[in-house]
Design a binder for this molecule. Sequence first.
Ligand SMILES: N[C@@H](CCC(=O)N[C@@H](CSC=O)C(=O)NCC(=O)O)C(=O)O
Length: 276
Amino acid sequence: MKTLSENRCFYGTQGVYTHASSATGTDMTFGLYLPPDAADGPVPLLWFLSGLTCTHENAMTKAGAQAYAAEAGIALCFPDTSPRGERVADDDAYDLGQGAGFYVDATEAPWAPHFNMWHYVGTELPALLAKHFPIDPDRQGITGHSMGGHGALTLGMGLPGRFRSVSAFAPICHPSDSDWGRKQLTAYLGADTAKWAPHDATLLMRETGLDAPLLIDTGTADQFGDLLKTEALAEAIATRRQPAQLRLQKGYDHSYFFISTFVPDHVAFHAEALWS
Ligand SMILES: N[C@@H](CCC(=O)N[C@@H](CSC=O)C(=O)NCC(=O)O)C(=O)O
């Protein structure tokens, strides 16, 4: 692992690191914020999975989460959203290929050799963090935005017992029934829709639900609102009687202005679960 940068931030450290990933077969870059409490021993970890077109950098520099994480004594990890590089497959569209890994392990050509973001975020990167940083692996929460919100929800439900708390900002909720999902799941996993089910939060909610507290915020003026299919997840939550807060925030769009407004609520929500 190599350190690319470390900056003092709210009395802790915002680092950016790169490492050779066996999951993706590429070098992967991630951001890790360690709060001041990490100087005294292991701290809980909150994952922030980003959306389409993002690198590790967008949420790290635009969400404004560090101030609240410092106060709550929680580390933040900002992974990249896909493998990258000249020898990695890509597509001209912004919503497929590099920057659009959808947090799945691809089985189809040309994506399968490198696009293994489920394994990367779910297995490889947690182990790397636990080895190199003062992180308590038994106290993890996960959040994310849009495609990253989809990742937070599907990893949260797909890895029972891993996360003590799950939240999302404007998540893609039902990718099997959305133009933000069908194209990508077909490309990465093939045309057999049965293989998509573990990567669809609405279907997972109907089938298995979530064994952790859940908070979702979505703006009523989200320019991608029709693609998110929030209503399908809301119905699945209600039908299942899943304990959850699903808040529709009046006038907010899909941007980081929306995320940074509600980031304090989300960090506090995770802190309550991670420190109890
Ligand atoms: N370029 C696209 C829209 C891309 C976009 O809005 N990406 C969002 C995430 S959308 C869902 O995953 C994002 O986080 N962008 C980065 C940022 O810093 O805002 C288009 O033009 O339509």
